[in-house]
Design a protein around this ligand. Sequence first.
Ligand SMILES: [Zn+2]
Length: 143
Amino acid sequence: MTAEAQTITEDILQTERLDHGLLNIPLAKRGNIDAQIDRYVAEQRKAKQKEHSESFHRIRDQKKRVQDILSKIGDFRVMEIAKPLGCRNPSSARKALYQAALSNLSKWIAVLERESIPAGGCASCWAPVGKCQHGASEWLGEV
Ligand SMILES: [Zn+2]
Protein backbone atom coordinates (compact mmCIF):
# COMPACT_ATOMS: atom_id res chain seq x y z
CA MET A 1 0.00 0.00 0.00
CA THR A 2 1.43 3.39 -0.94
CA ALA A 3 1.83 6.19 1.59
CA GLU A 4 -1.02 8.02 -0.15
CA ALA A 5 -3.30 5.02 0.14
CA GLN A 6 -2.22 4.57 3.75
CA THR A 7 -3.22 8.15 4.60
CA ILE A 8 -6.52 7.75 2.85
CA THR A 9 -7.16 4.47 4.63
CA GLU A 10 -6.68 6.26 7.91
CA ASP A 11 -9.09 8.94 6.74
CA ILE A 12 -11.69 6.37 5.85
CA LEU A 13 -11.26 4.62 9.16
CA GLN A 14 -11.83 7.88 10.96
CA THR A 15 -14.61 9.13 8.76
CA GLU A 16 -16.61 5.97 8.84
CA ARG A 17 -15.73 5.26 12.43
CA LEU A 18 -14.92 1.68 11.71
CA ASP A 19 -13.94 -0.23 14.79
CA HIS A 20 -10.74 -2.09 15.29
CA GLY A 21 -12.47 -5.19 14.04
CA LEU A 22 -11.69 -4.04 10.53
CA LEU A 23 -8.00 -4.44 11.14
CA ASN A 24 -8.56 -8.04 12.14
CA ILE A 25 -10.27 -8.99 8.90
CA PRO A 26 -8.32 -11.70 7.11
CA LEU A 27 -6.39 -10.40 4.10
CA ALA A 28 -8.52 -12.45 1.72
CA LYS A 29 -11.60 -10.51 2.81
CA ARG A 30 -9.86 -7.20 2.60
CA GLY A 31 -9.84 -7.32 -1.19
CA ASN A 32 -13.12 -5.47 -1.21
CA ILE A 33 -11.76 -2.76 1.05
CA ASP A 34 -8.63 -2.37 -1.02
CA ALA A 35 -10.78 -1.98 -4.12
CA GLN A 36 -12.81 0.71 -2.35
CA ILE A 37 -9.62 2.48 -1.36
CA ASP A 38 -8.31 2.29 -4.92
CA ARG A 39 -11.55 3.80 -6.17
CA TYR A 40 -11.42 6.50 -3.53
CA VAL A 41 -7.81 7.36 -4.42
CA ALA A 42 -8.73 7.54 -8.11
CA GLU A 43 -11.70 9.81 -7.35
CA GLN A 44 -9.58 12.09 -5.22
CA ARG A 45 -6.97 12.31 -7.95
CA LYS A 46 -9.62 13.07 -10.55
CA ALA A 47 -11.12 15.84 -8.41
CA LYS A 48 -7.69 17.37 -7.95
CA GLN A 49 -6.99 17.24 -11.68
CA LYS A 50 -10.32 18.90 -12.42
CA GLU A 51 -9.54 21.65 -9.96
CA HIS A 52 -6.12 22.18 -11.55
CA SER A 53 -7.67 22.28 -14.99
CA GLU A 54 -10.23 24.86 -13.86
CA SER A 55 -7.61 27.16 -12.39
CA PHE A 56 -5.49 26.63 -15.51
CA HIS A 57 -8.37 27.86 -17.68
CA ARG A 58 -9.20 30.73 -15.37
CA ILE A 59 -5.59 31.92 -15.33
CA ARG A 60 -5.33 31.59 -19.10
CA ASP A 61 -8.50 33.71 -19.50
CA GLN A 62 -7.18 36.31 -17.08
CA LYS A 63 -3.87 36.57 -18.94
CA LYS A 64 -5.78 37.07 -22.17
CA ARG A 65 -7.92 39.72 -20.50
CA VAL A 66 -4.84 41.64 -19.32
CA GLN A 67 -3.43 41.60 -22.84
CA ASP A 68 -6.74 42.77 -24.29
CA ILE A 69 -6.99 45.67 -21.86
CA LEU A 70 -3.34 46.66 -22.37
CA SER A 71 -3.81 46.66 -26.14
CA LYS A 72 -6.78 49.02 -25.79
CA ILE A 73 -5.11 51.53 -23.50
CA GLY A 74 -3.51 54.28 -25.57
CA ASP A 75 0.28 54.49 -26.01
CA PHE A 76 0.61 57.70 -24.03
CA ARG A 77 -1.28 56.29 -21.06
CA VAL A 78 0.55 52.96 -21.23
CA MET A 79 3.90 54.79 -21.06
CA GLU A 80 2.62 56.83 -18.16
CA ILE A 81 1.48 53.78 -16.16
CA ALA A 82 4.72 51.93 -16.90
CA LYS A 83 6.95 54.89 -16.03
CA PRO A 84 8.28 53.27 -12.82
CA LEU A 85 9.32 50.27 -14.92
CA GLY A 86 11.57 52.43 -17.10
CA CYS A 87 10.20 51.44 -20.50
CA ARG A 88 11.37 53.13 -23.69
CA ASN A 89 8.37 52.53 -25.92
CA PRO A 90 4.70 51.52 -25.70
CA SER A 91 5.43 47.99 -26.86
CA SER A 92 7.99 47.30 -24.13
CA ALA A 93 5.75 49.14 -21.65
CA ARG A 94 2.86 46.76 -22.44
CA LYS A 95 5.16 43.76 -22.06
CA ALA A 96 6.51 45.02 -18.74
CA LEU A 97 3.00 45.73 -17.44
CA TYR A 98 1.88 42.28 -18.53
CA GLN A 99 4.78 40.70 -16.65
CA ALA A 100 3.95 42.77 -13.57
CA ALA A 101 0.29 41.78 -13.83
CA LEU A 102 1.17 38.08 -13.62
CA SER A 103 1.92 38.58 -9.93
CA ASN A 104 -1.76 39.21 -9.19
CA LEU A 105 -3.98 38.91 -12.23
CA SER A 106 -7.32 39.65 -10.53
CA LYS A 107 -6.07 42.81 -8.92
CA TRP A 108 -4.37 44.09 -12.07
CA ILE A 109 -7.44 43.40 -14.16
CA ALA A 110 -9.55 45.40 -11.72
CA VAL A 111 -7.08 48.29 -11.81
CA LEU A 112 -6.53 48.26 -15.57
CA GLU A 113 -10.27 48.09 -16.22
CA ARG A 114 -10.64 51.47 -14.53
CA GLU A 115 -8.35 53.09 -17.10
CA SER A 116 -10.11 55.34 -19.58
CA ILE A 117 -9.40 58.15 -22.00
CA PRO A 118 -8.99 61.34 -19.94
CA ALA A 119 -11.83 63.82 -20.38
CA GLY A 120 -11.18 65.76 -23.57
CA GLY A 121 -8.07 63.65 -24.14
CA CYS A 122 -6.72 62.11 -27.32
CA ALA A 123 -8.67 59.06 -28.47
CA SER A 124 -5.59 57.65 -30.24
CA CYS A 125 -3.02 57.68 -27.45
CA TRP A 126 -5.07 58.68 -24.39
CA ALA A 127 -2.95 61.79 -23.79
CA PRO A 128 -4.55 64.72 -21.99
CA VAL A 129 -5.27 67.85 -24.02
CA GLY A 130 -2.14 69.30 -25.61
CA LYS A 131 0.19 66.46 -24.57
CA CYS A 132 0.55 64.71 -27.91
CA GLN A 133 1.12 65.49 -31.58
CA HIS A 134 -1.96 63.75 -32.97
CA GLY A 135 -4.03 65.65 -35.51
CA ALA A 136 -7.69 66.54 -35.07
CA SER A 137 -9.12 63.39 -36.69
CA GLU A 138 -6.77 61.11 -34.73
CA TRP A 139 -7.60 63.06 -31.63
CA LEU A 140 -11.25 62.22 -32.18
CA GLY A 141 -10.41 58.57 -32.78
CA GLU A 142 -11.44 58.64 -36.42
CA VAL A 143 -8.23 57.05 -37.69
ZN1 LIG B 1 -2.54 61.45 -29.11
